[in-house]
Ligand binder design. Structure first.
Ligand SMILES: CC(C)(COP(=O)(O)OP(=O)(O)OC[C@H]1O[C@@H](n2cnc3c(N)ncnc32)[C@H](O)[C@@H]1OP(=O)(O)O)[C@@H](O)C(=O)NCCC(=O)NCCS
Length: 172
């Protein structure tokens, strides 16, 4: 039996998270990724959805649909897709029992607290299920660091790529 798609409200009126599917969201997701090609690469990396491994943003969504331990959600403001947030829990990519949060907004939708609301909502979903809940961020990405700190994450270390690691404290 297929699982119902995850749908989470956030503290911000109008902003909600909904699991994405190629069938329902492939075109709008792809359009948002390509419209933000440079914005998403500004700190040197690139979102997984632009990785050669998946051939296209739709290919990346498809992978999420068929892979255990990968939840790919749209950040919506009303009916408009404004960004993306993912939770990775697969033992193949994160330590057993933990969960990694990753996210981005289209550049036209930044500066209004939507990413913070999205990270808070997905973190609240993840916290009782996984430990630690963590995120990894390039040290020059102050906007993203601000999002994590506003959402209650604390810096705990530096990974082998030199990225800062932030974790959600168990008692937060
Ligand atoms: C990281 C990223 C999502 C942050 O976007 P953002 O717009 O700064 O984050 P939010 O939507 O939470 O908005 C917060 C900003 O809006 C302001 N704001 C306005 N109204 C707000 C509200 N009601 N609540 C919270 N913040 C509000 C805040 O002051 C904050 O600005 P500041 O960081 O200068 O203080 C965005 O820069 C991005 O997509 N970057 C490219 C991809 C990327 O780097 N992803 C993260 C990889 S780790």
């Amino acid at each position: 039996m297929t699982q119902p798609l995850l749908h989470l409200p956030t503290e911000r009126a109008g902003v909600h998270l909904k699991e994405l599917t190629v069938e329902a969201n492939g075109q709008e997701f792809s359009d948002l990724v390509y419209a933000n090609f440079l914005h998403l690469r500004q700190h040197g990396g690139q979102p997984e959805s632009l990785s050669d491994e998946y051939e296209s943003p739709e290919g990346y969504l498809k992978m999420g649909q068929v892979t255990e331990g990968v939840i790919e959600m749209g950040i919506f403001d009303q009916a408009t897709l404004v960004g993306f947030i993912a939770l990775l829990t697969s033992d193949l990519v994160v330590p057993k029992g933990s969960a990694e949060v990753g996210y981005w907004l289209g550049s036209a939708y930044t500066g209004k607290g939507r990413a913070t609301a999205a990270v808070r909502a997905l973190s609240a979903y993840a916290k009782p299920r996984y430990f630690p809940v963590f995120a990894q961020v390039t040290r020059t990405n102050q906007k993203s660091i601000n999002v994590l700190e506003r959402a209650g994450y604390k810096r705990t270390g530096i990974n082998e790529e030199g990225k800062l690691v932030f974790e959600l404290p168990k008692d937060s």
